[in-house]
Design a protein around this ligand. Structure first.
Ligand SMILES: Cc1cc2nc3c(=O)[nH]c(=O)nc-3n(C[C@H](O)[C@H](O)[C@H](O)COP(=O)(O)OP(=O)(O)OC[C@H]3O[C@@H](n4cnc5c(N)ncnc54)[C@H](O)[C@@H]3O)c2cc1C
Length: 671
């Protein structure tokens, strides 16, 4: 078992990034014109990286499988983006954002990275405002903030419930400027199917043109993977349907270590599963927990009456409701971190208090907020004795202004008016904190192969706090990679163009072709979705909100068997050399079937609970924290990075020990 070198700069925490930038090698502007960079993925992480690298003068090629970078999954981000601006004057600082993020991640993230993230967070907001991103503003014109889970300040910048969309439009505009200058060549509707190494360095990719089906070779001096998260290994998740692990997994197979694959975030406020026909779940943004109160009935006979349609939630008086988050976590209330809120919902539903037919739903209620805002607005308008209806109308308007599009989305899906009756919500898979291991420079264990955004194992430890993914993706792309990759590329100023006709490209292209051939020529007994759904069921039942050794051991066997069956019996219609969405999907599911096994193996080896990884064997047994996740700092205070050794079951563990010099390791309490 080796110890990984994370290349954290020396010196005090707050000076590391500045010292690092002062000392790195630079590439002069004329030489940048001779250097090519491939950026796979044009969501917020890849889009911001590509635009900035091209602006600096490098020749950038971008790849995405959608028809436009504007359709990356990042567009779905609703709630907001964190930054330590302290505009509210509520005591925020870089240190506090750093502290909240490390604690939120249950002390399983790298201090130096998280501090840098906090340090550049303010720059992100300035950058995006300069691009014209329409962040919400207060009456006086200043940027507005709201709160997200796991923190006691308001530091989340937002654009209604469409923050990701607006940020992505900003990044895309910046990219477009470079496309027009000829500095970015954009290969949309292209899927990277493998990475090419020459003399141990990442020097190119094999991509499939998804319209023609043709395989293409692309070379560069460095490759950046910004290909998003792999939550769809669970089949049902809040991710876009196309989100996948293929690029990262192919890099893993060629030498990039996969870190903490089992760290998954289950988001507490999603629309519950409605039936077997579903292929996607819908998030109701965490921002709603600023104003929504979560509850279930206090008594089981009320639960029964509600499920049978004999009572409605609004019929229950306050004393018959259990606002279980406010009861259990008085300090953070409804804004506890996602892992804590999700487990609490599961606990209530497992105890029989779930309010829908399947017993897997709790209420998210806005009645108090509508009433509170309504009264405040009435006073502002000089109406001292408002009627109930006036209070409701005024309050509803405030809520509509804040979350209107989310309420509309809920009503369209569930066919109930959430202003009048509480929303029903349940936890769902949402985000993956695991991903390719990267050092401080965001370089993977393949030299010259970088990884940014949700695709890397990230700065979030075992649990991501809300509004931190957008921050990390944009920090990586706008402010970190442009420095760190320059340092690496300074050694390449005399290398010249990388040819694509060498044996290395020949071999990798052949491997890709062989794999496609195999997929197209299986027996054809079951659809790709059949396998994906079955994998998802195994994952949810054994690697979901709670995990135990027995279930995880079974999962490893079951996934391996399912994978074997897949390669014999999957049915892929169409042809290999034309547009073929079935083939695309099959390739992605094949990779999920390998990742899933490594995921379970990682979860099994980590015999502690941390953040979203809740091992039933490692739970606080008594005292104030009874039932909460119990970390084992003595044995598991490390990043688990897995090296590919032929089969997921044979993957070899490498450890990066986590050192905490600036933060005291504590029991993670939100009481
Ligand atoms: C519903 C929802 C709401 C969210 N809301 C918030 C929020 O409010 N705040 C927050 O901080 N976070 C939020 N998140 C998380 C956040 O949106 C994501 O973590 C983040 O946007 C990921 O950005 P990314 O650039 O890393 O990846 P993505 O945006 O997923 O982009 C991936 C890119 O990679 C490309 N790609 C993938 N594989 C390949 C391949 N093999 N070949 C070529 N191209 C490939 C895709 O085409 C795409 O361009 C939310 C997530 C969800 C699911």
């Amino acid at each position: 078992m080796s110890i990984l070198d994370s290349k954290i700069p020396e010196g005090p925490l707050a000076d590391k990034w500045t010292n690092y930038k002062n000392k790195i090698n630079l590439v002069n502007p004329a030489n940048k014109r001779n250097i090519d960079i491939i950026v796979v993925g044009t969501g917020l992480a890849g889009g911001s990286a590509a635009a900035t690298l091209a602006e600096l003068g490098y020749n950038v090629k971008t790849f995405c499988y959608q028809d436009s970078p504007r359709r990356a999954h990042s567009i779905a981000a609703q709630g907001g983006i964190n930054a330590a601006k302290n505009y509210q004057g509520d005591g925020d600082s870089n240190y506090r954002l750093f502290y909240d993020t490390v604690k939120g991640g249950d002390y399983r993230s790298r201090e130096a990275n998280v501090y840098r993230l906090a340090e550049v967070s303010g720059n992100i907001i300035d950058q995006c405002v300069a691009q014209g991103v329409p962040f919400a503003r207060e009456y006086g014109g200043l940027l507005d903030n709201r709160s997200f889970g796991g923190v006691l300040v308001s530091r989340t910048f937002y654009a209604k419930g469409q923050t990701g969309q607006q940020l992505l439009l900003g990044a895309y505009s910046a990219m477009n400027r470079q496309i027009n200058r000829g500095k970015i060549q954009a290969f949309n509707r292209h899927e990277m199917l493998d990475i090419v190494k020459i003399d141990g360095k990442a020097r190119g990719i094999i991509a499939r043109d998804l319209v023609t089906g043709k395989l293409e070779r692309h070379s560069a001096h460095a490759v950046v993977l910004a290909t998003g998260g792999y939550g769809n290994v669970f089949f049902l998740s809040t991710n876009a349907m196309g989100s996948n692990v293929t690029a990262g997994w192919k890099a893993h197979r060629r030498g990039a270590f996969m870190a903490n694959p089992c760290y998954t975030q289950i988001h507490p406020t999603c629309i519950p599963v409605l039936g077997d026909h579903q292929s996607k779940l819908t998030l109701m943004s965490e921002s709603l927990r600023n104003d929504g109160r979560i509850w279930v009935p206090k008594h089981l006979d009320d639960v029964k009456a509600i499920r049978e349609g004999k009572k409605k939630p609004v019929d229950l008086s306050e004393e018959n409701r259990d606002y279980y988050l406010e009861r259990r976590y008085p300090a953070f209330g409804n804004l506890v971190p996602r892992d804590v809120a999700s487990r609490a919902a599961k606990e209530r539903c497992d105890a029989g208090f779930g309010v829908n037919k399947t017993g897997e739903a709790v209420y998210l209620d806005f009645a108090s907020a509508i009433n509170r805002y309504g009264k405040e607005q009435a006073m502002i308008h000089g109406n001292q004795n408002p009627t109930e209806q006036e209070v409701y109308d005024l309050g509803r308007e405030v809520i509509e202004n804040k979350y209107g599009n989310l309420f509309q989305m809920y009503e369209k899906i569930v066919d109930e008016n959430p202003y009048k009756t509480p929303m029903m919500i349940y936890p769902a898979v949402h985000y993956t904190m695991g991903g390719l291991w990267v050092d401080y420079n965001l370089q993977t264990t393949i030299e010259g192969c970088y990884c940014a955004g949700e695709a890397n194992f990230s700065d979030h430890g075992a649990n991501r706090l809300g509004a931190s993914a957008l921050m990390q993706g944009l920090a990586d792309g706008y402010f970190v990679l442009p420095y760190t990759i320059g340092d690496y590329l300074s050694a390449d100023i005399r290398t010249g163009k990388i040819p694509t006709d060498g044996v290395e490209f020949d071999q990798v292209e052949k491997d890709v072709k062989d794999r496609i051939y195999k997929l197209m020529n299986a027996s054809g007994a079951h659809s790709v979705d059949f396998y994906h759904k079955n994998l998802g069921k195994i994952m949810w039942n054994t690697c979901g909100m709670s995990r135990n050794a027995e279930g995880l051991s079974e999962a490893i066997e079951e996934i391996a068997a399912l994978r074997e069956d897949f390669w014999k019996n999957v049915k892929v219609t169409g042809t290999a050399d034309s547009m073929n969405p079935q083939l695309e999907k099959a390739g992605r599911v094949a990779d999920f079937l390998e990742l899933g096994e490594l995921f379970a193996k990682d979860a099994l080896h980590r015999n502690e609970s941390a953040g979203g990884h809740y091992r039933e064997e490692s739970v606080e047994q008594s005292g104030e924290q009874k039932g909460e996740a119990l970390r084992d700092d003595e044995n598991f205070k490390y990043v688990a990075a897995w090296e590919f050794k032929g089969e997921p079951k044979d993957a070899m563990l490498h450890k990066e020990d986590l050192v905490y010099e600036n933060i005291e390791l504590k029991t993670r309490s939100y009481k």
